[in-house]
Write a protein that binds this ligand. Sequence first.
Ligand code: SF4
Ligand code: SF4
Length: 169
Amino acid sequence: MKKLLRTLIPSDIAKGLKVTGTHFAKVFGTANRAKRRYHLVSEYPEVKATVFPRFRGRLQMLKDEAGEIKCVCCLACEKICPTQVITIESGKKEGRKTRLPVRYDFEMERCIFCEFCVESCGFDAIILNHQFELATYNREDMVLGMEGQLQNMFGPSPVAKFSVADEED
Ligand code: SF4
Ligand code: SF4
């Protein structure tokens, strides 16, 4: 019988099946019990996935504690961007010593998420946030900026509006 089994299932395949079977049994036995060690899946999109701290999502502008735009228009990020997807126009504001952007456009569809822009910014004015739901139905939604319909450089952008979880909120 053993000989027959060995002929039908070669030893390497048997070993593989044993490993697979062991893990399958563990995962199957702990499904839907989030605290168990072998729970490997999350109930996405109802439960948002947690990304690693170094995850590079989409570009986002930051404001300081007083609500002022941190960017001072040094243009370092615009110049270093290898795909040239950042366009900045600088301006002035009464009472503010440094310049500030009156236009900061970001064409996400060509961004390669290299993070060069963030590294080049000496004012901690931009980050690549943890937003990972970046699919859209329209190309226009991939263009982020500061004004009108494009006013989404400071928070979660409309590109995530098609998330099933968000629609149920
Ligand atoms: S992450 Fe890279 S490609 Fe994207 S905007 Fe920044 S520098 Fe440009
Ligand atoms: S590098 Fe920073 S401060 Fe300079 S333009 Fe870009 S975001 Fe603004």
